[in-house]
Write a protein that binds this ligand. Structure first.
Ligand code: DX5
Ligand code: ZN
Length: 229
């Protein structure tokens, strides 16, 4: 995985057909997805349940790009090896999930993955100041995590602060929640490079009509890159 700051669209398969993950992943990748975003929820850190390591390992067989696994679980550390074995390329833990995020990030890298740290809307940019050399990605939540389809909370000022703090370190800024062609330009201009989108990618399409996924991905990318169509 090489580093760049080009806009990357990472569809969240939380909005896919849960009975057809393999074909859904192949469809979004064929239609231009750069990464595949996998939302793991435990019904404890967030009020919703999704899937665990065996399901993620099954998704892996269909992912040709980058599998970006967003853990919304607490605790994280006992599961790091299981997600490494499941084939996660990037494993992101929430800063709010436990008292020892520094140790968690070290353990994620130690298990051979890129390490991400996610910030809830109420957590300030300053909270990651001492973690910048231990992380490969900072995920700025623009909704309170737990569900797809919520409305965007403006975190533009936080993204700008993070972009300055990061400087020339190879650290991605990812935005997660309520990203669509209207909100994408705000965060892209502020310095984000990875845009997660669930409902705005899967809306209106299906594996039988994958070209809609392609149109949706293009609309977000074009808006983020400043091409208004
Ligand atoms: C929210 C998840 C998101 C979510 C995004 O807890 O982390 O990845 O699926 O969905 P949309 O794009 O619909 O807000
Ligand atoms: Zn997510």
């Amino acid at each position: 995985m090489s580093f760049d700051r080009q806009i990357k669209i990472a569809p969240s398969i939380l909005s896919a057909d849960f009975a057809n993950f393999g074909a859904e992943i192949e469809a979004i990748e064929a239609q231009g997805a750069d990464w595949v975003h996998v939302d793991v929820m435990d019904g404890h850190f967030v009020p919703n349940l999704t899937f665990g390591p065996p399901a993620v390992a099954a998704f892996r067989k269909h992912v040709k790009t980058v599998m970006d696994v967003h853990l919304m679980i607490a605790p994280v550390d006992p599961y790091i090896d299981a997600f490494a074995n499941a084939g996660a390329d990037i494993l992101t833990a929430h800063l709010e999930a436990g008292p020892h995020i520094h140790r968690t990030l070290q353990a994620i890298r130690g298990a051979g993955m890129k390490a991400g740290v996610a910030l809830n809307p109420g957590t300030p940019a300053e909270a990651v100041r001492d973690l910048l050399d231990l992380t490969d990605l900072i995920c700025v939540m623009t909704v309170n995590p737990g569900f797809g389809g919520q409305s965007f909370i403006d975190m533009t000022a936080k993204v700008k602060t993070l972009r300055m703090m990061i400087g020339d370190r190879p650290v991605h800024i990812e935005i997660d929640g309520g990203v669509d062609p209207k909100t994408a330009p705000l965060v892209a201009k502020a310095g984000a490079d990875v845009l997660v989108a669930g409902s705005a990618v899967f809306r209106g399409g299906s594996v039988a009509q994958p070209e809609i996924y392609g149109q949706n991905i293009r609309a977000i990318r074009d808006a983020a890159q400043g091409v208004y169509v």
